[in-house]
Design a protein around this ligand. Structure first.
Ligand code: ASP
Length: 338
């Protein structure tokens, strides 16, 4: 190959054909874009029942999963999602990266980018890590959880789960219960559910409710979020009950926000009895990992109203759609949106 051609072809390899579609926050997505992702995920959900679960849309593409915090479901499902679309998936974790030798997150990412990946999926304890990378690298950046800030793909898979179980999201009453102070899952869900027209109750003792959390999405969330400091009030008439784990790893020396875990579990834990406050057909969700007997009794976690394992399955389908959108651009609109 001649010099100019070789340079041109090398250049083509490095330059994406469209601007990368980062996914840093749910606020990056319009209602229509969320609908496109969920509609595409619907198609990929069915793929799980096929004997051969592989499509070719990301053949030849490279996805780097860069996880600086522990993860079971998110990391595995991003890897499976990339592989089901025929992309090469490379996983690196915090302890195996040079950040443990003092390299900054940005240096690590820029060095990885020099190997021409199409997308970097990042989880980091620093709120803002994904946004910082998205400003610096040219490939698409997908936030797989940044500190206590956001976890957008969790909110998308939760929306997909609710939509399948309830047939709609608009007008539903969703209670989010537990450690709201440290939960990125809660923040992304508040933004996503409000954008999709649900009503949200945030249920916790005052000490676990950050001041102003109902306003994180401006008027859109202010009008749709209410706060309840008694489980009975928060669950009354709820269609969906989303339980959260106490994020002890984020307490970082701060003063205790509740007397002890047993007391919190007694007053805000979900048992068969307290689930009786919600609607009789209410579904129970949890992003995992569950602390059995703390936020959820084993009877509820394993009971007929729990859709917790469906959430995990939707994780793969939704992340396939998110990776495709990030790397290939906008997804075509398919099907009606309810
Ligand atoms: N897996 C979720 C997260 O990464 C929830 C949790 O850890 O409790 O935020």
């Amino acid at each position: 190959m001649g010099g100019a051609l070789a340079i041109a072809s090398a250049y083509m390899r490095c330059v994406p054909r469209h601007l990368p579609r980062h996914l840093v926050s749910i606020a990056d997505l319009s209602r229509g874009e969320i609908a496109q992702i969920l509609d595409r995920a619907d198609r990929y959900w069915a793929l799980a029942d096929e004997p051969v679960k592989k499509l070719a849309s990301l053949r030849g593409r490279t996805v780097i999963n860069m996880f600086f915090e522990n993860s079971t479901r998110t990391r595995t499902s991003f890897e499976i999602a990339a592989k089901r679309l025929s992309a090469e998936a490379v996983n690196i974790s915090g302890s195996s990266t040079s950040t443990s030798k003092g390299e900054t997150l940005l240096d690590t990412a820029e060095n990885l980018e020099a190997m021409s990946p199409d997308a970097i999926v990042v989880r980091h304890s620093f709120g803002g890590a994904a946004a910082m990378l998205a400003r610096k690298v040219r490939c698409a950046v997908i936030n797989a959880g940044d500190g206590q800030h956001e976890h957008p793909t969790q909110a998308l898979l939760d929306a997909a789960t609710i939509r399948r179980a309830k047939g709609r999201i608009e007008g539903l009453e969703v209670a989010i219960v537990g450690d709201l102070a440290h939960s990125r899952v809660a923040r992304s869900n508040i933004l996503c559910l409000a954008r999709l027209g649900a009503r949200i109750r945030l249920v916790a003792p005052w000490t676990l409710i950050p001041r102003g959390i109902e306003q994180i999405g401006g008027d859109e969330t202010r009008e749709r979020v209410r706060i309840a400091t008694r489980l009975e009030d928060g669950l009354d008439g709820a269609d969906v009950v989303m339980m959260l784990r106490v994020q002890h790893e984020r307490f970082d020396g701060e003063a205790p926000r509740f007397p002890n875990t047993r007391e919190l579990s007694r007053t805000f834990g979900l048992s068969e009895r307290s689930l009786g406050f919600a609607r009789p057909d209410a579904i129970v969700m949890h992003p995992g990992p569950i602390n059995r007997g703390v936020e959820l009794s084993p009877q509820v976690a394993d009971g007929p109203r729990a859709v917790i394992l469906q959430q995990v399955s939707w994780g793969v389908a939704v992340r396939m759609a998110v990776l495709e959108r990030a790397i290939l651009g906008d997804l075509p609109v398919e099907g009606a949106w309810g």
